[in-house]
Design a protein around this ligand. Structure first.
Ligand code: NG6
Ligand code: CA
Length: 508
């Protein structure tokens, strides 16, 4: 009886200590919430866990991005939901797991918008609390509702799902149409030269990389042999619209100027800005200022270019007196890939740089490097610099930022882990479903379970292990971050438990 009493006492004490901790966290969050900040998401494209010097890269120096890491929370367990772009972007902007939407997979440039205009979104959340909302950069979530006429006003676009202002590229830098679209209108179109886009077949007589290889200045390796724009062969066919076509080397300066201008013109209001940079996605086209600067070829050069952009953008926030009043979230939509379809020396000039930062797989993969990405939060004077190993995912920004600004949301995939994002707690989410090419895997605590999947083990074109295997895979990530020891057969109970929890979430 005495022993029972003793254990009862211990249990009650643990309960009270826990409550006190929770209370303390709430108070801290409340203090921060007194002043609602601007929120900026800086989102890179295909940047790997090992691509930044603050995450261990030595062959590349990224001092400006490093400043966010050393002055804010640097997460060592930060995740995109997916190993490709469209699904990750769907999740960060809606708070919903992308595998719930069958259309959330890599989209062609002509795809219809996959976010419903009645769906709750991050920008709508901010609008509901009086924020101005803007997007600059890569969209890749579809436009219109099928058969877009690019010469007329395009709707629905980001403006119909919560953004007051949008200045975007439709899909990716390697997909047509290669034009900027502002608030639903293609910029710089000449009415006498309308633009047409087709992803099924070419327009009569228009050159492609196959018919006119002499027009190509950047060689394609796989895919990317349709229409040629600025010497770069793309995915998809395009005709006309000459005056509106972007100059690839100027894209960085172009989007930066738009983002800076957004800040300058909204500094007197509260704003949410989603700034989605194109680096280091293909085609890698650094401005001449960065050409050859990394020694790692164009992929390294554009990472240095992106680092410069972040520095310039931060300078603008500082000059406008907004640094103390702006929460910045930095991350990447999926992991790294070297040869993603062009011969651009990414493999040849890699040297000893490890874009994966020791993780297995890469873009497109269910292994760690597909979704485990750099993730940082920075808020001068409010967030205490630190490294956090809390498990956090971009899908959680929805519920967490809702808590920050006192907004309401319904989605249940997104978890409120604001105190982890603000560096006030080391407790993130307990479990996470990650996705690659509509296949899913399940992380819980330090464990990850990958169910058996058919399909090739390696995508030989990009030379990345995809995670497909005939048997279950179970890894203990804390002890085995490179996922070399499959413990599925030696830990049958753990495996069973993981499968059950996973299936409960996936609804199988
Ligand atoms: C793939 C492209 C790849 C890249 C990717 C999308 C081919 C062979 N490969 O289909 O180059 O564009 O789609 O990348 O066409 S993402 O980061 O936007 O998801
Ligand atoms: Ca991407």
């Amino acid at each position: 009886f005495k022993i029972a009493k003793f254990f009862y006492f211990i249990l009650v004490s643990i309960f009270f200590i826990q409550c006190k901790n929770d209370k303390k966290q709430e108070v801290l969050v409340d203090e921060i919430k007194d002043t609602k900040p601007n929120v900026v998401i800086l989102y890179l494209d295909d940047l790997g866990y090992g691509d930044l010097s603050c995450y261990g890269a030595t062959a590349l120096k990224t001092p400006n991005i490093d400043k966010l890491a050393t002055g804010g929370v640097k997460f060592t367990n930060g995740y995109a939901t997916s190993a490709t772009c469209t699904p990750s972007r769907y999740a960060i902007l809606t708070g919903v797991y992308p595998w719930r939407n069958k259309d959330a997979k890599i989209l062609p440039g002509s795809a219809p918008l996959i976010i419903s205009t009645s769906q709750e979104t991050l920008p709508k959340l901010f609008k509901s609390k009086g924020y101005e909302t803007g997007i600059v950069g890569k969209w890749h979530l579809g436009l219109g509702s099928g058969n877009v006429n690019w010469n007329e006003h395009i709707s629905p676009s980001p403006n119909e799902v919560g953004f007051d202002y949008s200045h975007i590229m439709a899909a990716t830098q390697d997909r047509v149409p290669t034009v900027y679209i502002e608030n639903g209108n293609v910029i710089g179109l000449d009415a006498t030269d309308p633009i047409e886009v087709n992803y099924q077949k070419n327009f009569d007589g228009e050159p492609t990389a196959i018919s006119n290889p002499e027009l190509v200045t950047m060689k394609w390796h796989h895919g990317h042999n349709n229409s040629i724009v600025n010497g770069i062969p793309r995915i998809g066919f395009v005709k006309g619209g000459e005056a509106a076509k972007w100059k690839d080397e100027d894209m960085t300066d172009h989007f930066l100027a738009k983002a800076q201008n957004y800040v300058k013109t909204h500094k007197k209001k509260l704003f949410f800005l989603y700034y989605a940079l194109q680096q280091p996605h293909v085609p890698r086209t650094p401005h001449a200022r960065f050409e050859g600067k990394s020694g790692l070829g164009p992929r390294g050069d554009v990472i240095l270019e992106a680092d410069w952009v972040i520095g310039e953008f931060m300078k603008t926030l500082e000059e406008e007196g907004l640094l103390e009043n702006t929460l910045i979230v930095f991350s990447s939509d999926n992991g790294p890939v070297l040869n993603d379809g062009y011969e651009d020396d990414a493999v040849e000039k890699l040297g000893n740089h490890d874009p994966n930062g020791g993780l297995r797989g890469g873009k497109y993969s269910l292994f760690e490097a597909g979704t485990h990405v750099p993730l940082m939060t920075y808020w001068k004077g409010k967030i205490k610099p630190q490294v956090s190993d809390a498990l956090v995912c971009q899908v959680d920004l929805m519920a967490s930022l809702a808590t920050l600004i006192d907004g309401k949301i319904k989605t249940s995939d997104s978890e409120n882990i604001l105190s982890a994002f603000l560096g006030q707690s080391n407790i993130g989410r307990q479990s996470l479903v990650i996705e690659a090419n509509t296949k899913t895997a399940y992380r819980e605590g330090d464990w990850i379970m990958i169910p058996p999947y058919t399909g090739e083990a390696i995508n030989t074109q990009v030379n990345i292990e995809l995670g497909n295997a005939e048997e279950y895979q179970l890894y203990h990530l804390k002890n085995d971050k490179a996922q070399r020891n499959n413990l599925a057969s030696s830990e049958p109970n753990k495996l069973k438990e993981m499968i059950e929890s996973f299936e409960a979430i996936r609804g199988n």
